[in-house]
Design a protein around this ligand. Structure first.
Ligand code: SF4
Length: 424
C-alpha cells in the first residue's frame, strides 16, 4: 500500500498535476503515491502522509472532517496552497495540519517527501533544513523561510508516468499588485514564462489547448508591457497542433487578460491563431477612484476601449466586477452599475463578485462595503434575466466568514518579496 497519498480535488487538480510533474522530474517515483479524488480510498489505504492543497474558502467545507478522520488514523498531514502560505499558524494550530508548505512548492515537496521517507514519516529537526516549511518542533512554531522557484519552467507541467493533464501554467507572477489579489504577493511581482518549445511539447497532450496565466497577452514580458513579437511567436508555434485538430483557447478560461492589453494588434493575433471568440477581462469597478484605491493601475476608459475593440473584432467581452469594495460608496456603486449596463448594451457579459478579504493581501484586513439598495435591485434583476453571472450572494456569506477568521487569527504574512504592507 502507498505510504503517501495525494488528496486531489476539482479545485487543486491543476496545482497537483504540475507538482507531480516536478516531483517526478527530480527523481521521485510516483508509483509510491496514491493519487485520488476519492477520499474514502485514502481512508481505506491508511497512508502515513496525506498531501492537501486548498484555498481559504475551502476550510468551511469537508476539510475539517477529513482532517479529523485522518488524524484519528495517525496520518501526518501536509498542507499547501494559498491558505497554508498566507496563514501557516492557523493551518497548523486551528486546522490540525502537521506541516504547511510556504511558497512555491516544486522543490520543497520533493525535499520534504524524501526527508520524511528517510526519517520514518515523523517531524524531526531534519525538516528545519528545508526552506519553505512551517511546523511545530518540540512544541515551537518553526518557519524555514519562503520558498521561491524563480525558474519554474525547470519543471515540466505534467508527469510522464501518470496520465494526468490540466491547462498548462505558462506564466507566473504579476507586477500589478492589486490589493485584493493573492497572486503577486505569493508568486512575485515579475512575470516569468515557460519557454515556447516546452509549451508546444506539452500542449500536444491536450485536446483543447488552455493555459494558466494572470494576463495571457503579457506572455514573454516582465508583465506590465506588451511584447507582441513574443506573444505572436507563442501563438504561431502552436499552429501545427491546431492543424492536427486541437482547438486553441487563449485569454479565456482559466485565464484572462488585462483591459489595457486588449488592442487591435492583440485581437488580430487571436483571430489569426486562436479558436476562442470570447475574451475575459477584469474591470472590477466603474469608478476611477476605486480603481486607484485598489491599485488596479488602469482606468475605466481602458475597460471601455477594450470592450469597443472586442465588439469591433467580433469577440464577446466577458467582464469581471467586484462589488462591495472597501470604502465603496453608493455613488461608486452607481458608477459600476452604469459601466455594467454599458457593457451589456454592447453585447458583453458581466460577472459580479462580492469583495472577499483574502489573507496574504494588502486588503486582508479591509471591510467590505454594504451593497446599496440600487445595486441589490440591479444585480437581482439582471441575474433573473440571465444577463449577469457570478456568485456574489454566496460570496457575501463567505466574506463575513473571512472577516471573522482574519479578525481572530490574523498573521503577518510572508510573501515572495518579504512582508506585505497592509492598507487597512
Ligand atoms: S488581479 Fe490580475 S492584474 Fe491584479 S494583481 Fe491579480 S493577477 Fe495581477
Amino acid at each position: 500500500m502507498p505510504e503517501i497519498a495525494v488528496r486531489m480535488t476539482k479545485r487543486n487538480h491543476n496545482a497537483f498535476v504540475h507538482l507531480l510533474g516536478a516531483l517526478e522530474s527530480q527523481g521521485f517515483d510516483l508509483s509510491e503515491l496514491l493519487i485520488t479524488k476519492d477520499f474514502k480510498e485514502i481512508l481505506r489505504a491508511r497512508p502515513k502522509v496525506v498531501l492537501y492543497s486548498f484555498f481559504t474558502e475551502e476550510i468551511w467545507g469537508n476539510l475539517p472532517r477529513e482532517v479529523q478522520l485522518l488524524k484519528e488514523r495517525g496520518a501526518l498531514l501536509v498542507a499547501g496552497g494559498y491558505h497554508a502560505i498566507a496563514m501557516p499558524k492557523h493551518t497548523l494550530n486551528q486546522l490540525g495540519f502537521d506541516i504547511a508548505v510556504v511558497g512555491e512548492g516544486e522543490e520543497v515537496l520533493y525535499n520534504l517527501l524524501t526527508t520524511l521517507k528517510r526519517t520514518g514519516y515523523r517531524i524531526t529537526p531534519e525538516l528545519a533544513k528545508i526552506r519553505g516549511l512551517a511546523f511545530r518542533l518540540n512544541g515551537e512554531f518553526t518557519f524555514t523561510g519562503f520558498a521561491k522557484v524563480e525558474d519554474f519552467w525547470r519543471f515540466p507541467p505534467y508527469p510522464e508516468s501518470v496520465r494526468l493533464i490540466s491547462p498548462i501554467e505558462i506564466s507566473r507572477g504579476c507586477p500589478f499588485r492589486c490589493y485584493y489579489c493573492q497572486t503577486p504577493y505569493i508568486k512575485g511581482f515579475r512575470m516569468r514564462h515557460r519557454p515556447i518549445d516546452q509549451i508546444v511539447h506539452y500542449s500536444r497532450r491536450m485536446k483543447d489547448m488552455r493555459y494558466i496565466t494572470p494576463n495571457a497577452f503579457a506572455y514573454g514580458s516582465p508583465g506590465a508591457i506588451l511584447k507582441l513579437n513574443k506573444l505572436e511567436a507563442l501563438l504561431r508555434a502552436l499552429q501545427p497542433l491546431r492543424k492536427e485538430g486541437r482547438r486553441l483557447f487563449y485569454g479565456t478560461f482559466p485565464s484572462e487578460v488585462r483591459p489595457e492589453f486588449v488592442l487591435p494588434e492583440t485581437l488580430e493575433l487571436l483571430i489569426d491563431y486562436a479558436d476562442n471568440r470570447r475574451l475575459a477581462i477584469g474591470a472590477q469597478s466603474g469608478d476611477d477612484a476605486m480603481l486607484k484605491a485598489m491599485h488596479r493601475l488602469h482606468r475605466v476608459e481602458h475597460v471601455k476601449r477594450a470592450v469597443e475593440y472586442m465588439v469591433e473584432y467580433g469577440f464577446e467581452p466577458v467582464v469581471d466586477f467586484i462589488v462591495g469594495l472597501p470604502n465603496e460608496t453608493a455613488e461608486s456603486q452607481r458608477k459600476s452599475i452604469e459601466l455594467m449596463e454599458w457593457i451589456m448594451r454592447k453585447g458583453g457579459k458581466v460577472r459580479a463578485h462580492y469583495f472577499m478579504p483574502l489573507p496574504g493581501t494588502p486588503w486582508a484586513r479591509c471591510k467590505p462595503s454594504p451593497l446599496s439598495e440600487e445595486m441589490k435591485r440591479f444585480l437581482g434583476r439582471m441575474a433573473a434575466r440571465g444577463k449577469i453571472e457570478g456568485s456574489w450572494g454566496i460570496q457575501i456569506e463567505l466574506s463575513k466568514r473571512l472577516q471573522k477568521l482574519i479578525e481572530e487569527f490574523y498573521e503577518e504574512p510572508m510573501s515572495y518579496h518579504g512582508s506585505i504592507n497592509p492598507v487597512c
